[in-house]
Design a protein around this ligand. Sequence first.
Ligand code: 7RM
Length: 676
Amino acid sequence: MSKKKAAKPVSKKAAKPAAKKAVKAAGSSSKSLLVENRVFKPSADFVKKARISSMAQYQKMHAESLKNPDKFFGREAKELSWSRPFKKVLDWKCPNAKWFVGGQLNVSVNCLDRHLDGPRKTKAAIIWEGEPGEKRVITYQQLHRDVCRFANVLKRHKVKKGDRVVIYMPMVPEAAVAMLACTRIGAMHSVVFGGFSAESIKDRVTDCGATMVITADGGYRRGAVVALKKNVDDALKGGDTPVKSVIVLRRTGQDVHIEEGRDYWWHRELEYVDAKCPAVAMDSEAPLFILYTSGSTGKPKGILHTTGGYLLHAYMTSKYVFDLRDDDVYWCTADIGWVTGHSYMVYGPLAMGATSLMYEGAPNWPENDRFWRIIEEYGVTVFYTAPTAIRAFMKWGDEWLKKHDLSSLRLLGTVGEPINPEAWMWYHNQVGGGRCPIVDTWWQTETGGHMITPIPGAIPTKPGTATLPFFGVDAAVVDDLGKEVGKDEQGKLVIRKPWPSMLRGIWGDKDRYQKTYWSDFKGWYFAGDGARRDKDGYFWIIGRIDDVLNVAGHRLGTAEVESALVSHAAVAEAAVVGRPDELKGQGVVCFVTVKEGVKTSRDLSEELKKHVRKVIGPVATPDEIRFAAALPKTRSGKIMRRLLKQIASGETLKGDTTTLEDINVIAALAAASGED
Ligand code: 7RM
């Protein structure tokens, strides 16, 4: 039970019982949602300590950041450690931005070395808990030493500035060590989420031309061991990738194959190196990392981020949005394989000199209260998680929280998808005890950090909206011609000015970068999301309007799943759509036509699900396979996804079907029960 009494959440006016309308909330794909009209102001207690403590202050800073970015960001950037000062804040020639031109810095120095001169030297940088229960606390001084030593291992293996290193690891501190060691010597990392398959590793290794893979024998997940090294072996089979060495961390102790001359144990390699490793001064625009994310084609995009601007934004958002202070215990539950883990488990909090908690495993292992247990045990003060997790907690029931004292919490955050108001209210009341502001942060792999988000001491929140743009972010909702839509009208979300942590490109594909992000509206970034603004100018994100699904906060391209399906011998054609899912936000429904002579069956449907898992990874496992004699197409041969979406979610068909080539196809699909 919470010790502190739950503060009345709202101002008197706002606390009046608001009319709850039983209509579907725009902004979420889940079923049976309510619109919650209350406005939640931060408590006086929170405001008193906040860095930005009024709407007026936010507005003034935001206005300055747009009107005079040179001055605003020039001032903020001085809080980082530069080995050579920048000459110019921004050089912008759409779609190419250069931030902090002429400046040089090193990310690992900013995350580690600069904290060693004062009391942070012996402060916890990372608090880690393994799924089986091991605990480790790593101080800034220790982390610095570990990073320097591992950077020397990289050098021993001839990894140089600009080289690419793929990291495929469980959630252990060594994953952060590997990332930071890359940054220390100017190598680029590309972290691949542990839930991706061997084939996905191979695609990424090949695409970015990685010469090294860093992995572990395995990792723990829900009591089981994930065979990470085995997946790397399969990915590198045949020897047709540029990978020269594989460094293997011993985590689980399971037997693994060690390929002579290619594979090396992490702990053995450390025996050959010392702990002195000068950091390489990097140009502000030097590439920092590549992170693959799904788009609307079958091939994931290698999103490229660079050094100075990315780090500044991760730092600034950690400072202003999480309002991190030296006594915080901050916990982001994301995996380092996602951008959230990059910016808000490693780079942002460490650049701030904060304490970042890292947990290896599942939230329901050994029991449903693992997260609450961790919050209580370590006195977590700032907690950042995903709506899909919150919905799972709600389903598991409040008794799991009631066993624990969560009164250390002072601020909550969400990311990954629109949060439905019910989940928001539950998070606010049950987890936050009614006293913690919630920052609903909208952003993307491409944006590097928070873009639309409450500033917790300044911007009153409403359940379901990410509220207002962060500093330097010129967001708008526009129609297809680029004209701003009216209040409460839906349109496309665009960013009209460059920002420090914007992606600098798609690895190896200049045209795709220009085409995907900068071609819908001249000079503006198009995010791929739909949104509307309310009377207060707050942004309500509706979700993707391209062919990208959001399954449990993970981006998944429908085309990726389709191409995995058609790679199976039985499949002739496939169309994949999302349908609302109460827990995951969206579920994956696959419409499949089989080749002549193939008999459809429940077994085949299970086999296809397994096949997709194998090709992409467990994150992409289809929820349903629906066999069909034909797919609905326009006369020009385009699959009519709009209709399939309606069928998948059991809706009555609406809208124009006159362009349909064969109307009987639709009747047959709607009648088909799916799996038999
Ligand atoms: C950080 C991350 C990006 C997509 C994005 C949106 C959706 C993320 C929110 C959200 C509504 C949010 N990167 N999204 N956060 N939608 N409210 N607070 O998730 O590249 O993996 O995904 O996720 O559709 O375009 S991501």
